[in-house]
Design a binder for this molecule. Structure first.
Ligand code: ADP
Length: 504
């Protein structure tokens, strides 16, 4: 089957004005620049293959200029001395601007990444605004403590007065992936700005458009020059330079475990602080008493949303053997109901993957599983040789040693197998180097919380999968990462503690 999707011209005036023939530029110190050397690269609509824009191909020199601008902004009184409530207002204004431009941002996101309009417009763009609103309220509540001390070697008649102050960690390199571009950028920018840091943002090369449009909105919001700089370009050049740069104090990264390891190595030079949100292979455990009316659409959404290109996607299901056949049949039904098409078409449930290359990668996993004897209960096909579309796929009879069960596929593919005892389900769930997320489907409260306690993962959902909110810390155990995003913990990653101790 081949999919021919005609090119979509942008409909919103904002996206039309943004997608002109002129190449998109880098943002350094609130000015838009061509890349040093003038290079550009193309970004395409993955559904139709149409060219969307040329984008400045940042160099190491550009990354260096952006870091210098961020370093200078850190001690610029316009930013350093901004009152906390003013920083909060600025974050709130950014949220207002994202909401005011939500239609065009959603259109740009869908054109560039492929995801459905509903996912962009109803979920991710509002969630990006919500990140700024959440941290807006924190900006004037970042507090130190006064601390009574116990050791008494101060001069007679004197006493110790000690307190802590919280300070921004400094210049942050924020490196984001292509699956949820604006939301991932917001998850780093909002806490960084709340803490008073300055940022160099490097969006994924496949999906830079909404970050660049956000750059325009940040200027409109009144962010002082150099506080946020955006350098588009390739990870091996711009990303690698930022992660090794001695004037970058912290890297906030979301992406693959493989690149996460490279960043750990690159960051050694000046021992940068790191937060790494990496890969996952999140299990869904379906207990014998699970309510299938809830579990089937819930597990389906957990794997097929955004075509499976979600770090926490529930990509392996362990189903009690008493429910297995009904579950596989039901999940296959859910999968085959999903309509594929251009993300901007109103009857589309699932768009393409981010690129034809990603669809080929997914196809290779499924073909290998088939060759190893797994059963394709639904989907399993790439829609055309050069297409970025892959049908929602349910694979049953997957053994624990198969790559389908072990590796992050980042596509709409779920591997299913059975268990008989809860301990067995738990052992399967934890049989992974990852530890990002999991879901448990049961009506038995005790069983749900016992499983939640036993699963090694940063997030466990009960009777849902992929529920997010800026209040909820999100991070990975094991090789799924270091540190947390969101919530009060997410802010901690952008702050240092200074202890001041005085004899008075
Ligand atoms: P994914 O393909 O899952 O999005 P990647 O880990 O390949 O994840 O990419 C995530 C981000 O990391 C992208 O912005 C990419 O450009 C960037 N990146 C890739 N290689 C490097 C590297 N060596 N150093 C720093 N950043 C990199």
């Amino acid at each position: 089957m081949t999919f021919h999707i005609p090119p979509h011209r942008p409909k919103t005036p904002g996206a039309q004005a943004f997608l002109t023939d002129a190449p998109k530029k880098l943002l350094i110190a609130n000015e838009w620049h061509d890349a040093a050397g003038g290079g550009t690269f193309a970004t395409h609509d993955p559904a139709s293959g149409a060219l969307l824009a040329q984008i400045a191909e940042g160099t190491t020199a550009d990354a260096g200029s952006a870091v210098a601008a961020a370093r200078a902004a850190l001690s610029d009184p316009a930013w350093r001395d901004m009152k906390p409530s003013q920083r909060g207002r600025l974050l709130w204004t950014i949220a207002d601007l994202i909401e005011a431009h939500a239609d065009e941002l959603a259109e740009l996101e869908t054109l560039d990444q492929g995801k459905s309009w509903a996912t962009s417009r109803m979920a991710e763009i509002p969630a990006a605004a919500e990140q700024f609103r959440y941290y807006a309220g924190f900006a004037n509540k970042i507090l130190g403590q006064t601390i009574p001390t116990s050791i008494g070697y101060h001069p007679p008649g004197k006493k110790i007065f000690a307190y802590t102050a919280r300070e921004p960690v400094g210049v942050v390199a924020a490196i984001t992936p292509w699956n949820s571009p604006l939301l991932m950028a917001a998850m780093k920018l909002a806490p960084a700005l709340c803490a008073g840091c300055t940022v160099v943002l490097k969006p994924a090369e496949e999906t830079s458009l909404t970050a660049l449009r956000l750059g325009e909105l940040l200027i409109e919001a009144g962010l002082p020059a150099g506080v946020v700089n955006i350098v588009t370009g390739f990870g091996a050049v711009v990303g690698a330079h930022l992660t090794a740069h001695r004037d970058v104090d912290k890297v906030a990264f979301t992406g693959s475990t493989e690149v996460g390891r490279m960043i750990v190595a690159a960051a050694q030079g000046n021992l940068k602080k790191l937060t790494l949100e990496l890969g996952g292979k999140s299990p869904a455990i379906v207990m014998p008493d699970a309510d299938l009316d809830l579990a089937l659409p819930g597990v389906a959404r957990g794997i097929f949303a955004n075509s499976g290109q979600v770090c926490v996607a529930g990509s392996r299901a362990y189903v009690h053997s008493s429910l297995h056949d009904a579950f596989v049949e039901g999940l296959a039904r859910e999968a085959s109901r999903l309509r594929l098409g251009h993300g901007l078409d109103s009857d589309t449930d699932l768009g393409p993957l981010v690129s034809a290359g990603q669809a080929a990668r997914v196809a290779a996993y499924v073909d290998e599983g088939k060759a190893d004897g797994a059963d394709i209960a639904a989907g399993g096909t790439r829609l055309g040789a050069d297409s970025a579309f892959f049908s929602p796929t349910v694979v049953a009879g997957v053994r624990p040693d198969m790559r389908l069960m072990r590796e992050e596929i980042f596509g709409p593919v779920i591997a299913v197998t059975t268990f008989d005892e809860p301990e067995e389900a738990l052992a399967h769930a934890n049989d992974t180097d990852y530890g990002l997320a999991a879901s448990v489907w049961t009506q038995d409260l005790s069983a749900a919380h016992r499983l939640a306690a036993g699963i090694r993962a940063g997030t466990v959902w009960i009777n849902c999968h992929s529920y997010f909110s800026p209040e909820l810390p999100k991070g990975g155990h094991g090789e799924s990462g270091w540190g947390y995003e969101n919530g009060a913990q997410g802010l901690e990653n952008y702050l240092e503690t200074k202890t001041v101790c005085a004899v008075i």
